[in-house]
Design a protein around this ligand. Sequence first.
Ligand SMILES: [Zn+2]
Length: 280
Amino acid sequence: MSSTEIVLLVFGALLFLALGSFCCVIIDRLPKPLDEPNELGELWDTRPWGEVFGGNSRCSDCGEPVKFYDNIPVLSWLVLRGKCRGCGQRIPAFHPIVELLCPVLFLLCVWSLGWGWQLLPVLWLIPVGVTISAIDLRTLMVPTRIVWPAFAVSVLLTVAAAGLLGEWRWLITAAVGLAVFAGPLFLLWFALPAGMGFGDVRLAVLLGWTLGFYAGQRPIAGAFLAVLCLGASAMIGILVGVIALGARGRKAKVPFGPALFMGTLLCILLAQPILQPFGV
Ligand SMILES: [Zn+2]
C-alpha cells in the first residue's frame, strides 16, 4: 500500500466516523411519533429536513445543548456511559453502533473493491443504508424523504463513475439489476399488501440499481446477481425476523429493510468472486 493510500484510508475512516454521527441525528429526529395511528395505520410520520437539522445538537429529552466534547463519535457515548450529562436520560445504544459501523463498512468496501471511481456509488450506500435500516428497525418505516433523493444521488454517482471509467454498459446492467431486484418485491407487495410494506419496494429500487452496476458489463450478470441477492436478503430477513419476534413478541411486524441492505452490500462486495465461477 502506498503512503497516499494510507492517508486516504485514515481520512476516509474519520470522515465516515463523522458521517455516522450525522446519521444518528437523522435516525433520532426524522421519525416523528404520531399520537394515534393515521389512516394507513402507521404510528410514525417524518419531520421535514429543516426541522431535522435546525439548531444545534440537543438532548432529545431535556433540550440541553450537547457540548462539542460530548459529541465525539463513539468515545463520548462510552465516557458518558450512554447517558445525557444534563438529565441522565439514556442515549440509545444505536448511537455508538451506527458511528462505528460507518467507518467499518467503509474499510470493507475499499478492501473489497479497491480504490477507483467504482467505489463512489457503494460508499454513498453506506450512510444511506445504515440510516434507513436503523429507522426501519425503530419504526418499521422506510422514509420516502430519504429513499427518493438518495436514489437520485445514486444514479448521478453511477453515471459519473461509468463516465470516468468509460464503462457506460454498466448502467444498462444497473437498470437490469433494479428490475430483477425490485420487480418480484413489487409483485409480492401487489399480491399481499398486508405482508410487506411498499417502503421495501422503494428501497429495492434504490439498492437494485447500485447492485446491478457492480455486476459490470453484461446485463445477464446483473440479473443473476439480483436473484442471488434476493435469496441472500430473504435468508437474512428470516434471521432478523426470528430475532425480532423473540424480542418483541409473536405478533411483531418484522422490518425487512436491514436485510435488503445487508444482502445488497454483501453481494456488491462479493460480486466478482460470485460471478466468476458461473461465467455469466
Ligand atoms: Zn438530557
